[in-house]
Write a protein that binds this ligand. Sequence first.
Ligand code: AMP
Ligand code: ZN
Length: 470
Amino acid sequence: MAVLDLYNTLTKRIEEFKPNEDRKVRMYTCGPTVYHFAHIGNLRSYIMEDVLEKYLIYLGYDVTRVMNITDVGHLTSDADTGEDKMLKGAKREHKTVMEIAEFYKKAFFDDCARLNIKIPGIVEPATNCIPGFIHMIEALLDKGYAYEAGGNVYFDTSKLKNYYVLSSQNEEELQVGVRDDVEEDINKKNKTDFVLWFTKSKFDEQELKWESPWGAGYPGWHIECSCISIKHLGEYLDIHCGGVDNIFPHHTNEIAQSEAYLGHKWCNYWFHVQHLNNQSGKMSKSKGGFLTIPLLEEKGYNPLVYRMFCLQSHYRKPLLFSFDVLDNVKTAYEKLLNKIESLGSGGTLMEQEIEEYKEQFNSAMGSDLNTSQALTVLYDVLKSGLNDASKRYLIEDFDKVLSLGLLEGNTSSKEISKELAVLAEKLIEERNQARKNKDFARADAIREELAAKGIEIKDTREGTVWSLAR
Ligand code: AMP
Ligand code: ZN
């Protein structure tokens, strides 16, 4: 089995990924807070987590992946202050919280379908699991890791040897940045303590409340992920994913309460995707004006162009969104699909060469999921002297992980017959040769010949692309 080296936020090193049990992976993903559309930044995280899951499957692992849906308890500040985001969404749209949750959950799954993101095998909304949260909070109280104050239940972070096991934040850093909008909560014994169960908060109209030993209330945000993960994946988790903003406080708090509850180490690998930024910084739902997949579609982009945009850069580097770059990717994507579409199916599989290209693909993906290098291997295959059957075989193989719909054809040129696609590629090739030989008359004649067949060509930095003339 090829080796997967992954950066682990817990050890701050690239390490060989080895699950607890041979060939079985238990994977957990923080799901969306369904009070609004997911923006393309959120979806960057889900695309890269999808690539991770699919690469593990590609390597032969049996992956069980769980994702929660946050439909209660996530306040506008990650640190227990502000309004419940779900309530905010409900007020904005004059609907109930559950109506909002249903609508945006469906919208999220639609986005995933358009981006070829596989929905994790187990998806559990937080509101399904209230008795489980209460049970876990009771156990934390019994073990002395939690306390009641002012009607709420808090986790006592001073009971841990190392609360900051995941993040390198220290007390000073916490006073600025992440928590600068935090109002002092006088119930907390320590500044980093966090709410496990609310019965009282500064907003009274919380719509969803449940009976509990501490009074009618609702869970804090962090408890849901610990509880849902342990419920479905047991006491030992192999890998936990999210965007980098989840490192603190969310994942730090998940580790605190899970390990306090279980009495041993919980999760070995922590995988975090860097942010998608726009000119004004991190793309975020609360700032408004964010981009969504339906919006990109309205502007004429196939969602898979955005997937390719993400795959072209490394998941641990911040990614700046711009339409200029997206346009370049669109051109490259269409050209790639056209190239693939023009492949025949001739020849018998060239097994040795296929193995060599697979090794290159594994070497790219195994190096901390170097997806842009994996795309280069795909281009190398297309340029290679392999026969078309072998090329097709490899493209299909790599696309199990890349999921760019490579063999589904270019939807913008769906109506074009196979013969026409082959002819277009052939004539473009000839035109490139003519231009190389400075035979511009011939190059122009070919452009006209293509136009007469209803094909428009465009010369770009990535080469010449063609599409059906509108
Ligand atoms: P949320 O719906 O806000 O709970 O976030 C869903 C996922 O998106 C989480 O894993 C976040 O860490 C991640 N996320 C939020 N903003 C961004 C961003 N700008 N770029 C990448 N991932 C993000
Ligand atoms: Zn979570």
